[in-house]
Design a protein around this ligand. Sequence first.
Ligand code: MG
Length: 599
Amino acid sequence: MKRVLSTLLVLVVILSMLAACGPTPTPEKVIVTVPVLQTVTVKETVPVVVTAVPEKPTEVTYPRNETLYVSGAAWGPPSDWNPFITWSKANTTGTIGLVYETLFLYDPLSDKMIPWLAESGKWVDADTYELKLRKGITWSDGQPMTAADVVFTYELGKKYAAIWFSPMWNYLKSATATSDYDITFEFTNPLYQEWDNNLYNIAIVPKHLWESRTEEQITAGANEKPVGSGAYLYETHSEDRNVWVRNENWWATKLLGMKPAPKRIVDMRFSSNNVALGAVVKGEVDLSNNFLPGIATLSEKGYVKTYFAGPPYMLSANTAVLFLNTTKKPMDDPAFRKALAFSINTGDIVNVAYAGLVKAANPTGLLPSLEKYVDKDVVAKLGFTFDTAKAKQILASAGYKDVNGDGFVEAPDGSKIELEVTCPFGWTDWMEAIKIIAKSAQAAGINLKDATPDYGAWNTALTTGTFDMTLNNWAGMSNTPWTLYNLLFRHPIQDIMGSGNFGRWNNQKMFDLVDKLAATPSSDEAGMKAVCSQIQELMLTEMPVIPLWYNGLWAQYSDAVWTNWPTESSNTPSRLPCTWSGYWQMGGLIMLTELKPAQ
Ligand code: MG
């Protein structure tokens, strides 16, 4: 499969092939040549076919100075504009955020919920939440948005189990419009943490256009030509791009004085990360949210901008966690698990596998944006660090000894230990990471080898619980520590564990703590911290999962056409520079209103 960069410039050298982040064969070094920079050496993952690519005159071009080119969110061709198809299946980023909007936004950098379609919302008693919708919001077909649209949208979760927020109806009793702009939600035992999370993730749709649709159309339909309330409208798409055009009648321009700077946003899907790299260095792409392994050097030399000027360059977006299959020996033994945690050379993962582009994780797994929920005393007492001698000592005290002299410990009952740590084939950064995990565990006497099944086999092993240990990073930025702990300690244990607790750690005490956290009001920060402390103490004592590093909010940008990008500097906006699904409402949208055209 061969694809091309957009048209405008010069002769480009690109590599053919491959979906960004998809499965790729043997890692090897590749040289990418780009005009501005002589040579960029990056770690690449694809069969190398270097091809000179001619210009492609048929592609529509837009005035460059009013167009924002982005990449890094789409894994496949645009296929739907349906806000109820979850991010893992949808390829059209911006469907939520740019077209359909949420009642609130959430800013992880300031830990603030920002009223959006809602003017305000509050708990009037323990079981009643009252929400006031902003007046003056219109759908892009000119119809007003009212409380009936909000009730209709929320009730879709009650009608259809396939809607991702349908579990909310286990504790939400009713949603009632009491006026055109007022909605009362009544609950039985509300899960306050999840409720807040949903407030900035459920996209409101127009009742008048959705009420006659079938279940199939609502839960899985393509929803072409979407009518939303947001800052952009669908314009066109092709295999490798989706084009949004600014909604000149956007309510927030009138009501909040906010206007996104780019008239158009062209969301590009590149054939490989190297092509994306070439495009951003040449200023053809303004913001790339691709993972570009060689980017640290380019950032330091000023060819691209990153959020931080030095390591780790990127904000932290999610936690890479090593799940241990606690239903198998010896991962059922907390002493073994703890020894393993001390054996892992996370420093090498950060500095060698990622060349400084990521940060080591806090042992609690919580992202830096949720640091206030880390109990530092618990971490000081029970946290782990890379310490081979300590790992060996923990193994020895628990009865793990090398009785056959092969250099690896046997279990206390004398049985041989042979384990695998896995990740999907082609996820090259993780492939490097599991090599380091295996090698450092071996140094502590644990017979652990890395293995890379294809994605399908890996995913089956993950969800059916047949792996020994494996990496996962599904819990990303959130308003609440509950999101991470709900992933790590998902319960009850079922035949298929599709959304967390892949290692099937069956601990009722932990399950009760996670449930208690879920039911703690967000306004009760002290209460949340107290439950988090207990969770962290139990987690670090039992070590059923090992948080290792934070994957970055991969973002590299060019000042060629647009400036005033978010960075750590106080002179620039403080936002998440991100186009991934789920991130527009966590800062990406506001970033658009703060960009400035380059002189
Ligand atoms: Mg041995």
